[in-house]
Design a protein. Structure first.
Length: 247
């Protein structure tokens, strides 16, 4: 399957909520996979969506070792993926959504490789990311998840605040008031700033106004209908949304 055909298949799977079988794409490596991702995102832009952000995946060193990879992967965020903080989110069209807590950066200046990444940051915030693989059972090869825009499906950003020490902040993920996961910002490459520097290296440059999701601070958990989700990052605050109830 060529890049255009696979991008169309992934786009159709996302829009129809019907997964593809993983492992059969024939993708041979990251370069080919990113070409599919670019074609996939281009289809969304052609429908009127606009780019809003950049997201990183495999920012857990343990996860990289588990997957046998030595670098991060990245994807793109659009305005159609935005979920208002405290708002409601209709996940009924998603295949098997999961949610994870993150740290978000807002760029106030152009982020370029080889420069001090924090110099480009205007603010930081607690964030939630919804992921939803377009492959059946969340089973896929590394090139396939890259092609699938790193499973991006939605994101919520909490209150922005001035950048401070992000090295080892406690992170809690709660579903309906019950603790689902607990972790630390140190799980993001040892320090979220390393993810920011990686974003600059991988993207080449990122423009002011871009939101960067630095990567998950805990494992992702399933996201059922009718669920109130809240993440708290110590020193940064709380972010939340509620999924629509199927009933």
């Amino acid at each position: 399957m060529n890049s255009t055909a696979l991008a169309e298949a992934l786009d159709t799977a996302a829009r129809d909520g019907r997964p593809l079988a993983g492992g059969g794409s024939g993708l041979k490596g990251a370069e080919e996979a990113y070409a599919v991702q670019e074609a996939l995102v281009a289809r969304r832009l052609a429908r009127g969506e606009r780019l809003t952000g950049f997201k990183l995946g495999f920012t857990s060193l343990a996860k990289m070792r588990q997957m046998g990879v030595s670098d991060l992967i990245h994807g793109r965020l659009t305005d159609r993926m935005e979920i208002p903080d405290g708002g409601r989110f209709d996940a009924s069209a998603l295949i098997h959504p999961r949610v994870e807590p993150e740290v978000a950066f807002l760029l106030g200046d152009t982020l370029r490789p080889g420069t001090n990444p924090m110099a480009a940051v205007a603010a930081v915030a607690p964030a939630l990311e919804v992921i939803d693989s377009r492959y059946n059972g969340f089973r896929f090869s590394l090139p396939e998840v890259i092609a699938d825009n790193t499973s991006a499906a939605g994101y919520t950003v909490g209150p922005w605040s001035a950048p401070g020490d992000l090295s080892n902040l406690g992170v809690l993920l709660e579903l309906d008031g019950r603790l689902a996961e607990a972790g630390s910002t140190a799980a993001i490459l040892g320090h979220p700033l390393r993810a920011l520097a990686a974003a600059a290296r991988l993207a080449g440059s990122l423009e002011p106004g871009t939101v960067i999701l630095a990567g998950a601070a805990t494992a992702a958990v399933p996201l059922p209908p009718g669920t109130h989700v809240r993440a708290t990052v110590a020193g940064l605050g709380t972010v939340r949304f509620t999924t629509e109830d199927d009933a």
